[in-house]
Design a binder for this molecule. Sequence first.
Ligand code: SAM
Length: 279
Amino acid sequence: MTEIREVLARHGFGFKKQYGQNFLTDVNLLRAIVGDAGVDGTAAVLEIGAGAGALTRALAERAKRVVSFEIDRSLRPVLEETLAGVQNVELVFGDFARCDLAALEERLGRYFVVANLPYYITTPIVMRFVEHARLCAGMCVMVQEEVAARFAARPGTPDYGAVTAAIALRGRCEIVRKVPRTMFFPRPNVDSAVVRIVFEEDRLPVLSQSAYRAVVRAAFSARRKTLENDLMSAFSLPRASARELLLAAGIAEGVRGETLPPESFARLADELVRNKILS
Ligand code: SAM
């Protein structure tokens, strides 16, 4: 889609590094991402970062409706041109981080998030949906390759961490596509990957999601400590109580949190709730 570059040049658009502006232009790749996301005509799509509108346009071809946020108001004339004649797109100029997600969800109904995310706020954006979204069916997002590896990591691997376990509470996460840096304009210094998270009702049933998150935070607060020590320091517990909780959750003595699957954190969080240590 060289015409996107032409439109940007004609409008004298200057790329702003601080907004993570690395645009996509390859139509085949854009359509493949829309396919990865499983967008169909029944659901709305929320995009964060319209950029020059290339992905927005590809999404509009398949989605019922697209709501797209863009922080950089200087892209307005560009988007007016690249999205001319596209009826089912609503552009919102502003910082997505400051929008009221609950109110937005009320307007969207069931929706998917599909975006080539600005790299500097990838994790906070994904965590916002993981922790607070109620009507989001799933996310299909382009992120830096090493961030993708963290999101979709297996227990016991170096990439496995608090973010992995937090995502696993709400959905299934997988890397669906690797995308080399050469596909972006301007070209970034790292490669990227498309990650798909499918949210599932009761994916990991827990008595309290906030207790689960607290346990996960504790388990990854110091990677070389045992989970027993993590519990003692995070929740001011004597060693005997920490041991009892682990035993009740079916977790062996002496293990480190980073080796445990999310299901173990769920059982442990439930034990902390049952024992009124967390609510
Ligand atoms: N979707 C376009 C594409 O694929 O070519 C642009 C993707 S670019 C990686 C990220 C876009 O997000 C940029 O246009 C940037 O200005 C925008 N952006 C950055 N921070 C944002 C924020 N907090 N809220 C909304 N948009 C933001």
